[in-house]
Design a protein around this ligand. Structure first.
Ligand code: HEM
Ligand code: HEM
Length: 207
């Protein structure tokens, strides 16, 4: 029988893990709230839900600021540099190995490109969301410039809706990729953002 030996290392610090959990929760609530709000149409319940959506949106913006700050001040595996790996992206592209077993410690190198695009997308959601909060509800930091200017609504609502689909797609692909890696490569992976520990295969022994 083949025995697989695993090496274990503490990689993700508690602050990075808390920011990840905070942002993931905010995003799930924003996705759910946005969809349910659309179904409710013009009802009093929808009005309350949109207020809640904007407050959750502020929560996400806070989480993004925290992530950027930790990307500058945090430990190595949380640094922005750990997400910027152009050589590894190029290698993965050339060898067509986007789904290879993760070998190094820290973020799976090909996935870091997707994470960066995703953060850009969230920045776009925050900017269009703040514009909509000013236009629809007369609230937020952009209210001074855009407050209740309904003629501008379509300019921001279209991109906000379009990017929402991409956010949903990321969440589905992210979870599917975590499960897919575990099934294909036989090492625990998803739990790393909960426990902070990563596992890598070292060797195989015959018994
Ligand atoms: C709405 C749900 C989620 C979103 C939006 C999300 C988003 C992200 C993002 C942006 C990163 C990059 C981390 C960084 O900034 O350094 C990441 C990494 C990661 N997430 Fe999630 N996540 C979600 C759910 C989950 C869940 C449920 C798990 C499993 C417990 C999980 C496990 C991980 C792991 C293990 C990594 C690091 C993977 C690697 O080594 O490349 N995520 N996630
Ligand atoms: C991941 C992030 C987000 C997702 C997935 C999301 C999702 C959605 C969805 C699905 C809609 C409905 C679009 C429609 O009516 O067709 C919506 C509308 C809206 N969102 Fe977001 N949103 C996000 C972030 C934000 C942020 C950060 C803010 C502001 C702080 C915000 C403020 C708004 C506002 C004001 C509306 C319009 C509500 C209305 O029609 O009265 N959103 N969002």
């Amino acid at each position: 029988m083949a025995r697989v030996l695993l090496d274990r290392k503490k990689v993700y610090d508690p602050i990075l893990r808390s920011i990840h959990a905070w942002n993931a929760l905010a995003i799930v609530l924003l996705l759910l709230g946005g969809r349910v709000g659309e179904w409710l149409g013009y009802t009093p319940e929808a009005t309350s839900l949109w207020r809640f959506h904007v407050w959750t949106g502020y929560g996400l913006i806070l989480g993004l600021v925290a992530r950027a700050t930790w990307g500058l001040a945090g430990p190595n595996h949380a640094r922005i540099g750990a997400l910027w790996q152009p050589r590894a992206w190029w290698r993965a592209l050339r060898n067509r190995q986007w789904f290879a077993a993760p070998r190094d410690w820290g973020h799976h190198a090909p996935a870091t490109a997707v994470y960066l695009v995703f953060y850009l997308l969230l920045f776009g959601m925050a900017a269009t969301g703040l514009a909509l909060a000013a236009i629809e509800q007369g609230r937020g930091p952009l209210n001074f410039w855009l407050g209740h200017d309904v003629l501008l609504k379509h300019r921001f609502l279209g991109p906000h809706e379009w990017m929402e689909n991409a956010v949903l797609a990321f969440v589905v692909v992210h979870i599917a990729a975590l499960i897919g890696h575990e099934v294909r490569h036989g090492t625990p992976l998803a739990q790393a953002m909960v426990s902070g520990f990563q596992y890598r295969k070292v060797d195989e022994e015959e018994e």
